[in-house]
Unconditional design. Structure first.
Length: 211
């Protein structure tokens, strides 16, 4: 690899570091403190992991989906925010689609010197348009992660969280099977029928409540 190519890669790598410190603005608009809002980087990691695992399981059940494509879409779905910063859902709605163009431009600017720039842009635009089952699964994970972050925050109002995330899911997750699965996931989490793994703790058996 020549020096120029290494510099191009490092430029992206160093820019992505910014996402570790970028707060998710939607939480701040909802009255959360800065230390209660997660970062874009933390959000992106959990979305990517869950979206891929979900896609693998759905494929095993006969759902027509490409888990590897889901992984790639999830990996880049918030990449543009390293330049634009995170903008809350309601602020984006006020912009009436204008911000989508800003995100695409920022994404293109960041990836301009990469060999994969066209491929990455395809994934990014696919997510924005929610034009495929793969993009819908990433949106599923994206919305669920937002719900869980709020649910795990002290003083959060469960009714408001459920209503807000439910409204977003209704508009964004059009596939009936995915929408039903999302609703069930929110129910299981909100009713505490499933929690984080605790089997490594003294006296815990690691089992979840039977459904």
């Amino acid at each position: 690899m020549d020096d120029k190519k290494l510099v191009d890669l490092l430029e992206v790598f160093l820019t992505v570091q910014v996402s570790k410190e970028l707060p998710r603005q939607g939480f701040l608009y909802s009255g959360f403190k800065r230390n209660e809002a997660d970062s874009v980087a933390a959000h992106s990691y959990s979305v990517t992991l869950f979206a891929y695992l979900l896609a693998r399981e759905l494929k095993e059940e006969g759902f027509d989906v490409d888990p590897e494509r889901v992984l790639k879409i999830a990996m880049v779905h918030d990449l543009g925010e390293t330049i634009t910063g995170d903008i809350g859902t309601y602020a984006k709605e006020l912009a009436r689609g204008v911000f989508d163009k800003v995100e695409v431009e920022a994404f293109s600017l960041l990836t301009r010197n990469l060999n994969v720039r066209d491929e990455f842009r395809e994934y990014f635009e696919e997510y924005i348009k929610l034009s495929t089952p793969e993009a819908a699964i990433v949106k599923f994970a994206d919305a669920l992660d937002a719900f869980v972050q709020g649910f795990n925050t002290r003083n959060a109002t469960l009714e408001d969280l459920t209503k807000t995330v439910g409204t977003i899911a209704k508009r964004k997750i059009k596939d009936p099977k995915l929408h039903a699965l999302f609703t069930k996931a929110v129910y299981l989490i909100s009713e505490k029928k499933v929690t984080l793994y605790k089997g490594h703790l003294p006296g815990a058996d690691g089992s979840q409540e039977m459904l």
